[in-house]
Structures are given as C-alpha cells and as structure tokens.
Design a protein around this ligand. Structure first.
Ligand SMILES: Cc1ncc(COP(=O)(O)O)c(C=O)c1O
Length: 438
C-alpha cells in the first residue's frame, strides 16, 4: 500500500505562492537582497550604495576594531569551529568568561550561552514548561518564544499586544489550568519597537504567583544606564525571573543566552535540548560578543547608548515631520521606578519618554508596503518590510532602525529621500497613512 499524498504537494500550491509570484513579477520582493559589505550605516547592496536603516547592529559594533580583534584572537586561538556541543567537547574559556560577564551585566546569579537567541528561547521555554503548565504570551512576541512554547506542549494563552487587562484575564484563567504558570514577553518588541510595561507585568505575575521571562534581544545593549535592557530601564531587573538575550543585535555577533538564578541555569545546562544537541557557537562569534560586551561596559558604552537613542529620536521626529505615520515617543511610568537619567530618556511637560532604535512606519496595505520599500531601495535607503503574518492583517509596516554610528548627515539624507519618495509614491498610488498611533 502506497500513500497517495505527496508531502511535497504543498510546496507547489501554498497560500503565499500567488502573492510571491506577483511580487516577483513586479520586482518588489523586499527579502533576500544581497549585502556585499559589512552592516555599517551605509552599505553596498546589489551594485549600489544604500543607507542602512534595516540592521539590528544598534551600537554599530560589527566593524569596531576591538570587536574585530576579539573575533580574530578567538579564531586564531581556538580555530574555525568547535565541532561539537557544549556538553561534550565544545566549551572553551570564552564561554565561561562570557557567562560570567553576562550574569554580572544582567545582575543575575548565572547565565548560559547558547548558539543562537532562538535556541536560548527554545531551551528556556521547552525545558522549564511541560504539558501540565500554562504559558501566557504577548501576541507581539518573537517567533522563537512561540516556538519554545509549542515545543513545551504547555497550554498557550496569548493576550493582545501590551494589553494588561487581557494579561490579567489570562492569569485568572490560568489559575484553573492546574499547573505552573509562566508569562513570557519581549522587552522591546521587534517589529513595533515599543516596550513592555514590565512594572505592571511584574506586579500581576507576583499577584498571581506566575514566573516571568523577558526576551531582551532588542533591549539589551540599548536601554538602561548600563545598557542591560528594558528590565533595567524600568527598574524591575530583580523582579524578572529569567532574561533571554542574543548576540545578534547590539553585541554584533551571533549567539544567545539565558540569565537567571543558579538553580535554573544549572538545570538548563543538563536538560535544555537546544543547548545539548547542537554545536557550540564558533570561537570568532564568542570572541566578538565578548569584545562587544566589554565596549558596552566601558565608558564609551554610555556614549554609544546615548547616540543610538538620539538617532532614533532624530529619525522618528524627522519621519513625523515629513508626514509619515510613526508612533509617538513612548511614555514611561512616573512611579519613581524608571531610571530617569538613563540614556535616551527625555522629559517634557507630560513626563518621561523613550524612543527605541526600532522606528516602524505604518503603511497598512501589504502591496503598498512592498511598493514603497522598492521605491526607497531604488532611491538609496534600505529598510525592512513587515507584512502579514509578521504583523496583523492591514498592519504592514516598514521597520526602520538606527545605529549609534549613523551620523546626522546620513540620517538627514535618508529623511530627504523618504520625503522625495513619498510625494512621488502618493502621486501614483494614493495617500499613505498619516495618523500617529497613540
Ligand atoms: C525578540 C527576539 N528574540 C529572539 C531572537 C532570536 O535571536 P537570534 O537571532 O540570536 O536567534 C530575535 C532575533 O531575531 C528577536 O528579535
């Protein structure tokens, strides 16, 4: 007996097929464009110079001499690869140094280095949660959190992005589920660029006896006086149970980590399958991450944090002035918990605000977003495009992001290009959304 169903059939007939074919025909596919230079403020892509407003290299450290030297030294000392898992033959002194420095940075007892941030989320979530437990997640969380939850087979209870009353409802419901409860949220949301109200979330978790995991992928190396992330900025680092991070953004490399109490890290070290059954990160990646972390912790770290957050405001304000739909600076709680003197925190009549380096421009329609992306690309600016299902239907956006190493002239040039492209685009395709979401 042979099955009549070919599992390859779906690759010929799937829901994204027709849209992709049309986008290819119109030459507006915003993905997989070739970068032929380092991820610096201005890059070479497909034969032309483009201003890079689509990188997660927030501190601009991928080309920093100290980070390059960290990678180079590690490469020459330990070779090109470790060819095995951390457990058996892939742990080198750089792992231990990194783990110690990360734990100190995060203010936790310990940290565990994974080969990627995705694997760090899988490891923490799928190992600590089991079929009898409940995990409550923000709908805007990164895919790797969702993947970890699915793998754990815990009951998944999502809530509307940053809606605390919905989170509370889920915490109430979880009381009847019968197992342990974990809330998992991004500190800075990767597409929206807004931050989670961690003070309120901590309070709710404490009230309902739930543990809290915060993914600091876009917060660490960006927010807080020491750049330790959203939990630091919001003054709740000691109330967050676990913090996950990545080396693939501010730390200018590749790899990830979970930081938390000794007993949990020790448990993950012997049970987390995404830690045990994969090769250790390459030495150069570890050396670069360690080099970058040391820059963040040095005196120059603060200069870079100030710079990247000032750049974010400059870009956000400039886009708003030119009529683009960008979010307002985010208001921070005024309960005395926030680090009001941390880099990037501004004070006005209404209180304190922050603009993270992720500045989304709302477009709405997927097709329009792809067309606008193309027009900007042709005019010399590269941005990221988030279409459904990465964002809710009708919520297509261009995700712009800045680096500490963008200078004012480059950002102003990008803004001029945005303005020029906008008028030509609207003349041909109709108006872009102008409203500012609160
Ligand atoms: C919020 C968030 N968490 C986790 C990850 C995964 O990190 P990595 O790229 O190291 O796998 C990312 C990266 O895209 C992210 O944006």
């Amino acid at each position: 007996m042979r099955t009549s169903i070919d599992i390859f059939a779906k690759v010929r007939d799937h829901e994204r097929g027709p849209v992709l074919a049309a986008a290819r025909q119109a030459d507006v596919v915003p993905y997989f464009h070739l970068l032929t230079s380092p991820a610096l403020p201005v890059v070479q892509m497909e034969g032309a110079e483009r201003i890079m407003l689509g990188s997660n290299n927030y501190l601009g450290l991928t080309g920093d001499e100290r980070v390059l030297k960290g990678a180079e030294d590690a490469l020459h000392r330990f070779g090109t690869g470790l060819t095995g898992s951390r457990l058996l033959n892939g742990t080198i002194p750089l792992h231990l140094e990194l783990e110690q420095e990360l734990a100190r940075w995060m203010g936790t007892e310990e940290a565990l280095v994974f080969s990627t941030g995705h694997q760090a989320n899988l490891g923490a979530l799928a190992t600590l949660l089991g079929p009898g437990d409940t995990v409550i997640v923000d709908s805007g969380n990164h895919a790797s959190i969702l993947d970890g939850c699915v793998l754990s087979r815990a009951k998944l209870r999502p809530f509307r992005h940053n809606r605390l009353e919905k989170l509370e409802k889920m915490l109430e419901r979880a009381q009847g589920d019968g197992g342990g409860v974990l809330v998992a949220v991004d500190g800075v949301f990767s597409m929206e660029g807004d931050i989670a109200p961690l003070g309120d979330i901590c309070e709710l978790c404490e009230r309902y006896g739930a543990r809290l995991l915060v993914d600091e992928a876009h917060g660490a190396g960006v927010l807080g006086a020491c750049g330790a992330g959203t939990a630091e900025l919001l003054g709740v680092a000691d109330r967050v149970d676990l913090r996950v991070g990545t080396f693939s953004k501010s730390l200018a490399s590749c790899g990830g980590y979970v930081a938390g109490p000794h007993e949990v890290i020790d448990y993950l070290r012997i049970y987390a399958r995404s830690f045990l059954f994969t090769a250790s990160g390459v030495p150069a990646a570890l050396g670069a991450a360690l080099g970058a972390l040391r820059v963040v912790e040095s005196e120059q770290g603060r200069v870079l944090l100030v710079r990247v957050l000032d750049n974010a405001r400059r870009l956000r304000d400039g886009l708003q002035e030119r009529g683009f739909a960008v979010v307002a600076p985010q208001r921070l709680p005024e309960d005395g918990s926030v680090q009001a003197h941390a880099p990037g925190v501004h004070e006005d009549a209404g209180g304190h605000t922050i603009v993270t380096p992720i500045v989304p421009v709302l477009v709405g329609d997927d097709w329009k977003a792809a067309l606008l992306w193309r027009a900007l690309y042709d005019a010399g600016v590269f941005v990221n495009t988030a279409l459904h299902p990465a964002v809710p239907p009708g919520g297509a956006l261009l995700r712009t992001s800045v680096m500490a190493t963008h200078d004012d002239a480059t950002l102003d040039r990008a803004l001029e290009i945005f303005a020029r492209v906008k008028s030509a685009f609207e003349a041909e395709h109709g108006p872009l959304p102008a409203a500012i979401r609160a």
